[in-house]
Design a protein around this ligand. Sequence first.
Ligand code: GRG
Length: 309
Amino acid sequence: MPSTNDPEHLVRETLTAVEAFMAPRLEASLTFSGEAAPRLVAAMRHVLLAPGKRLRPALALEAARACGGTWEQAVPAAIAVEMIHAYSLVHDDLPAMDDDDLRRGLPTCHRAFDEATAILCGDALQPLAFQTLATGFPAETAGEACCVLAQAAGAEALVGGQADDLAAERGWIDDINTRSQDEQVAWMERIHRRKTGCLFLASLDLGCLAAGGDAAARRAFADYGRAFGLAFQIADDLLDAEGTEKAMGKRVGKDAERGKLTFPTVIGNTASRARAEALAAEAAAALSGFGEPAAPLSALARWIVSRSS
Ligand code: GRG
């Protein structure tokens, strides 16, 4: 278990430990004994085992630990949220959506395989995530766990946020670009809360649920998660504007290319960075009552706004 007072070192240690802990478990989650199609399983392995940061598993595992539980208790939660995240990346990269060639430093799923296989790969990861929760959580909490993830992945969250984001980009709704700065900021926050934030919140909540965290703990993690999610997204916008393809393992500069609203384009780079840093501090403060066990999560909130990938 990571143990240091240097926040950056603590994050590096935590993410390395999460990766080492998760890798065999993610691999095992794709073991099928029946009739899964080999090309489909190869695509699922390509995306789920690709080198991501594993932020969502880290949130689930560390929330469980901060609630007095163990990483092991939160394994089904950590696997399930990474499956939903991986599917969303595969579908987001498709020609019908973002049409990207590079993801996590590797060819996107439809490039490595083909478009139909990539669609089916996302389709297969989703039910597997819910099966993982249904079979991995104790019977008393399995239903709630499935509901938490379903809400975060559905029409009012991940998919809804993505749909509204596309609608704005493709001009299917009023031109957002003509609205006031305040309206544009509110619009971006509403998109990001659903498209990115809800899955972070679900990761934390499932970790708490796995460890038997009480209602007060779950509320504190929700406060952390809301601030963390927006800070992450603002930092992601800044990285798209300022980062490199090599460091990011994906194409950068896409937002500007498409004239898309982002925090840097609406409020500027300096104000965006200041807002992200304030949100990171707010996230860390939300967990102050948990003391040392929440140190990795507090450090992670600060790190996501200073990261380079
Ligand atoms: C297709 C339903 C559907 C949703 C797509 C994931 C997503 C929603 C869009 C991807 C585009 C994007 C840049 C979203 C916001 C930020 C984000 C989710 C970045 C990727 O997450 P990281 O940085 O990725 O945690 P890794 O690869 O490290 O896991």
